[in-house]
Structure formats: structure tokens, C-alpha cells
Design a protein. Structure first.
Length: 288
């Protein structure tokens, strides 16, 4: 029997070691404050950083680009990138402004000029998006305006959860969202030959890092709660997110819903700007 208990102890030590390594690596990627990206856009010459205190008592930064007699208001939500933050979304401000849309561009918690030292892959950031919605809706010029969301990557997943959990927003545009942490982790680790062994430990690590209720905020478990028009983009050559996630989320979404599969890597707007903008503006034209 001695060999049996030796084996059991060895397995336990191995499991603890793998668990600690997964948890440690996840913390290294998420327990950070990402710096602001750089941009040469002329819009930044007039952009004024403003702040508000979120419902989670954090100081969040944003840029506001109002348009007179705006057709609608679009909340632009950035993805996971270091450097990153609201500057990532400036190219979207440019074409939306020309088309007559007001935009507001926040730094989510732990990005750019906002407070925070921990990124939660949308499971907490959706609160920030809802707070931005309430903020921009409180501005007198937006009282009777439709307000919705355009998010990219992690931002896309976040706006899906924000719209679902709050019931707020008149439209949702989600470019290359991931449907769950499990799907994201499997895709990022797809070349790891030990993937079947590692995944249960990665999931356990996610519970420790993101909280036991994190699966409640997977986009795939929330998108069915959205009852406003939604547009989802898929990147056929996506190198960061499983391209099938966008299709799966579209299948789960309620009508009216729209889908575009682009022959592009992850950043569709960077690679196919004219096509991306055409799909966004055509969708928005249906809303107002």
C-alpha cells in the first residue's frame, strides 16, 4: 500500500503545482494597469479628458465627442491590449462623427487614465459600460437620443453582457467577441500539446482570479437576454479569438440580428476600414 499512497501524494503535488502555475500566469496577465496607446489623430488636439466616479467607486476617464443634432450616441468600448485603452477607439470616432453620431469613449477600469489594477475580461467591466451609458444619457442634449454600444474584442464581449444585465441600450455592435473564458483559453492554448490536462486547472485558476460567479457573465449565457438590434462581426483569420465564437453568439442572439464574416485578421477595422464602416453605418441607419 505504500506505493499507492506515494503515488497519490505525487499526483496531489503535481496538481497543486499545475494549479499554482496556471493561477500565477493568469494573475500576471490580468493584475495590471495597462498604459494609454498613442495616436496621431487630429481629434486628440481638441479631446479633453474628463472623469466620473463609477458605481464601483473608481475614477474612470473618458472623452466625449458631441455632434450637433446627432442621429444617436455610440459608446465605444476598447479591447484588451497593452498599451491600449480609449485611444484604440479613436478611428471609430472619426467616421461616426462624420456620419453625424455623437460618441463617448471611456477607459475601462485598469486602462489608460482610469483607476484600477485588475482586469476581469468583462466580468466586472460591464458595470463601467452601464455607468457610461447612464452618464451620457444624463447629458441634456442626449435626453431623447438613442444610445447604444460598439465594442471590439474584449470590449465586444463586455457590451454584450452590459446590455443583457442592465436592459439598457438601443443597439449593440460587437466586433470579434469571445463567448466565454473557456473558449478564449482553449484558443490561446491550442498549440499546447498538454491542453486536455491543463484546461481544468485553467478553469480553476479563473475561479480564483475572477470569482466563482464569473461564468454568469459569459457572453454566451447573456446574449439571449438582449432584445434590441445587434450586429456581430467575425474575423475569418482571427489570431486572438476563436472565430467560431462570433457565429455561436449570433446563433444565440434574438432578432433583429445581423452578421458579417470578414476575410480579415482580428482587427477588422484596421484591415478593412471601408467595409467595416459601411456595415456599421448601414446597421445604424436602421436604428434611428
Amino acid at each position: 500500500m505504500k506505493w499507492f499512497w506515494t503515488f497519490i501524494i505525487a499526483v496531489l503535488i503535481l496538481c497543486l503545482g499545475i494549479s499554482y502555475k496556471c493561477y500565477s500566469e493568469l494573475r500576471q496577465q490580468l493584475d495590471l494597469h495597462f498604459t494609454e496607446d498613442k495616436s496621431n489623430s487630429p481629434l486628440l488636439k481638441t479631446a479633453v479628458t474628463k472623469y466620473f466616479i463609477s458605481s464601483n467607486h473608481q475614477k474612470l476617464a473618458y472623452w466625449y465627442f458631441p455632434v450637433k443634432n446627432a442621429k444617436a450616441v455610440v459608446i465605444l468600448v476598447h479591447g484588451f491590449s497593452n498599451p491600449g485603452g480609449k485611444t484604440q477607439m479613436i478611428p471609430h470616432v472619426e467616421y461616426l462623427q462624420k456620419a453625424g453620431y455623437t460618441t463617448i469613449v471611456p477607459d475601462l477600469r485598469s486602462f489608460g487614465e482610469s483607476e484600477g489594477q485588475k482586469i476581469s475580461l468583462g466580468s466586472q467591466e460591464w458595470h463601467d459600460v452601464v455607468d457610461v451609458y447612464n452618464l451620457v444619457k444624463s447629458f441634456p442634449e442626449n435626453k431623447n437620443k438613442k444610445v447604444g454600444y460598439l465594442g471590439v474584442s474584449m470590449g465586444a464581449s463586455t457590451v454584450i453582457v452590459a446590455a443583457a444585465q442592465s436592459g439598457l441600450g438601443d443597439f449593440v455592435i460587437a466586433s470579434v467577441p469571445f463567448k466565454s473564458f473557456d473558449s478564449l483559453a482553449k484558443f490561446r492554448l491550442k498549440d499546447n500539446k498538454y491542453l486536455p490536462i491543463i484546461m481544468p486547472f485553467m478553469k480553476l485558476a479563473s475561479y480564483f482570479e475572477l470569482g466563482l460567479n464569473y461564468p454568469k457573465y459569459f457572453p454566451e449565457t447573456n446574449i439571449g437576454k438582449i432584445h434590441v438590434p445587434i450586429l456581430i462581426f467575425q474575423a475569418q483569420k482571427d489570431e486572438f479569438v476563436n472565430k467560431n465564437d462570433a457565429q455561436d453568439l449570433y446563433n444565440l442572439a434574438n432578432s433583429p440580428k445581423y452578421f458579417w464574416s470578414a476575410a480579415s485578421p482580428h482587427d477588422i477595422h484596421y484591415n478593412l476600414p471601408s467595409d467595416f464602416e459601411l456595415h456599421v453605418l448601414s446597421f445604424l441607419a436602421k436604428i434611428h
